[in-house]
Write a protein that binds this ligand. Structure first.
Ligand code: NAD
Length: 257
């Protein structure tokens, strides 16, 4: 990774009046959470077709698989913590440089790193709680972990007996309406859009950088592997988010931004 690219990113951020950051699973791999499509990603070991919303609703065996994967030791462990990339984005907010942070992630690490709740748009919900599909009651994920560890395989709502589902958007499930609209609006109104750790193949999330480009915004891509938008990027770094973003913040601070 060239230092020149770090300076170029810092210059674009310093000049930006409305910066939207957009994070994907890749920003959390350095916290020990696997992504889906990177090397060693979840889909190298599991079949994505087994993890659809439709299967979750219809089939108790599929629900068992979902809970085992989502709360087992291979995905988001209970003691997970943010890495320097999450902290760098929280720092950009404190510096007054962030209009919003659109995240596809469900791990809660942006807020844990200090990003404000009202700056983060959760496009794909959160794994921090489960929701009853009948009465809408919410349960902290720690409760679900406890039930699973006690041998419950297909957790039900203690209030009404309804199906409990992680409050994250599963494949084939409809997107949250407000978040999707708001993410689109912010993307269309920004002057700089920064992609961090996303393969940009999951839609409609992957439309956001495209909306930004169509509206004339500049695009920065920080991702380990190539993405479909690499050639449209004003600055492209194939590198680790946890190494790139803190350096950018450091340059901005040295410049007194
Ligand atoms: P993806 O798995 O499709 O792509 C991740 C990308 O990040 C890959 O292109 C990879 O090269 C890159 N990457 C991996 N480590 C990186 C690093 N240290 N620095 C920079 N780039 C890195 O992920 P996606 O595009 O976010 O789409 C997958 C879907 O899965 C999303 O809906 C997301 O919500 C969900 N997901 C979330 C989590 C999480 O919350 N942590 C984890 C896995 C999947």
């Amino acid at each position: 990774m060239g230092k020149e690219s770090i300076y170029k990113i810092a210059r674009l951020i310093a000049a930006s009046k409305k910066l939207v950051a957009f994070s994907g699973a890749g920003i959390s791999t350095e916290s020990g959470i696997p992504d889906f499509r990177g090397p060693g990603g979840i889909w190298t070991r599991y079949d994505p077709d087994d993890f659809t919303y439709q299967k979750f609703i219809q089939d108790a065996e599929a629900r068992k698989k979902h809970w085992n994967l989502l709360l087992g030791s291979e995905f988001i462990k209970p003691d997970v913590s943010p890495n320097p990339a999450h902290y760098a984005l929280a720092e950009l907010e404190r510096m007054g440089k962030l209009d919003c942070l659109i995240t596809q992630n469900v791990d809660g690490l942006h807020e844990m790193a200090g990003s404000s709740k009202d700056k983060v748009i959760h496009l794909h919900g959160t794994m921090e709680r489960a929701k009853c599909l009948s009465c809408g009651n919410l349960y902290p994920i720690e409760e679900l972990r406890a039930w699973l560890s006690q041998g419950v395989e297909d957790p039900r709502c203690p209030k009404c007996g309804g199906l409990l589902k992680p409050d994250a958007v599963l494949f084939g499930e409809s997107m949250p309406v407000w978040e999707t609209r708001e993410a689109q609006r912010r993307s269309q109104n920004c002057d700089l859009f920064v992609v961090v750790g996303s393969s940009l193949v999951v839609y409609p999330a992957a439309l956001m950088p495209r909306y930004a480009l169509e509206s004339g915004a500049k695009l920065i891509v920080v991702n380990q592997l190539p993405t479909d938008l690499d050639e449209k990027a004003d600055i492209l770094i194939h590198g680790k988010a946890g190494e790139v973003l803190p350096q950018v913040v450091e340059v901005l601070k040295q410049a007194g931004v």
